[in-house]
Design a protein around this ligand. Structure first.
Ligand code: ZN
Length: 194
């Protein structure tokens, strides 16, 4: 199945994963867009649909194993692996460093697809790529649901996202949306009065 950008965008809006307006981010900056991937992935049918776009893209690639960084990447990686009928493992933080635990291992020469939910700077994915390389295994590609990097992140392997979200953000004191008098909203809580 092929899905248009509009159809995918509609799913993100319908599930309130993507909100448009005037938001206070945890960084303190103000943005015109708020995005919470877990809001869409809480519905298995949408995870199945979005992951199918990644799975079909990498369908012709030789892959032994799908790996994802915890936590956000796990539901996506698991579903992509299920659809490709491959093994799935995840890396999790131990003393701030992503590592393989729970008896997970990667063999030399193993062909690995890296999955993630959202890529902003790509830090977690780069860490997982390093784990794969450290086992002398082969990264075949990187698939993720949303690219929030404004096209800046290049992992150096075939990569694809189901959607790109370009957000504008401002330091609070220079916010164009404040200047327009738009009400500021802190996502997940009540509206903040001016
Ligand atoms: Zn503002």
């Amino acid at each position: 199945m092929n899905y248009s950008d509009e159809e995918i965008l509609e799913i993100f809006k319908k599930t309130e994963a993507l909100l448009e307006g005037h938001f206070l981010l945890t960084s303190g900056r103000h943005s015109n867009v708020y995005f919470q991937c877990a809001k869409v992935l809480q519905y298995p049918k949408y995870n199945e649909l979005l992951s199918s776009i990644i799975a079909s893209y990498f369908n012709t690639f030789e892959i032994d194993t799908v790996i994802a960084p915890a936590i956000g990447g796990i539901v996506v990686g698991q579903e992509v692996a299920r659809q490709l009928n491959k093994k799935f493992i995840f890396a999790e933080r131990e003393d701030k460093t992503l590592t393989l635990r729970r008896g997970f291992s990667i063999k030399e020469g193993e062909k690995v697809l890296v999955c993630e939910d959202v890529v902003t700077t790509g830090g977690s994915v780069f860490e997982v790529i390093d784990i794969v390389k450290s086992h002398n295994a082969i990264v075949q590609g990187v698939g993720f649901i949303v690219d929030r990097s404004n096209g800046k992140v290049n992992f150096g392997f075939p990569q694809m996202s189901t959607m790109k979200i370009d957000a504008i953000s401002f330091p609070a004191e220079e916010c164009e949306l404040c200047k327009k008098g738009l009400q500021l909203v802190k996502p997940g809580s009540k509206k903040i009065p001016h």
